[in-house]
Design a protein around this ligand. Sequence first.
Ligand SMILES: [Zn+2]
Length: 214
Amino acid sequence: METKDRNDLIQYGLALVKEGLTFGSGGNLSVRSDDSKGFFITPSGMAYDCLKKSDLVRMDLEGNIIGGLRKPSSEWHMHAAIYRARPDIRALIHCHSHYISAFSTLGEDLGPISYLIASAGTASVPLAPYETFGTDALAQSAVKAMGERSKAVILANHGLIAGGRNLKEALSLTRDLEFCAFMYMTALATQKPIQMIPEEKMNEVIEKLKTYGQ
Ligand SMILES: [Zn+2]
């Protein structure tokens, strides 16, 4: 399983670049280990197309390095804090995708502009107040804003961190939320009022998505 986790981290990192959700060495990904006692995370400042399985770093939930020779991603505090707070989340993707990053400067939660918001498990995606990248303060801000139900949180003036039961779900949520931010920012540019989906309809979608797919 450990080999699969390491392969997946590299493959999903490459997918992030290919889909334009990040570039170069930007963003970071992690997967909770099978024993739930820690996680594997991408190293700091290395381009995804150069990554080898041995470059990935294994950490415990307190953020101690327990395997690997590289320095972990500078955002390891945030990954560790979310895994400690949310046992339901087993994989995380953090990136600075264009529309989410632009939206993150508006100082508000991303509301129900599309039913796809419900992929996060909630009717809106919370915004975490700004803190400096790579700090425990940012990790605490993210965990607090995320709460117990949302699978994602927008980091003010920065980007997104999205989770799921695996990297496939985390990537799918990242794509959905980037698309919702694209919808919002594009609609906002018309300067006309934006109509949101009513709360009861969003609750309907949240229930529907629980049994969606194969
Ligand atoms: Zn970042």
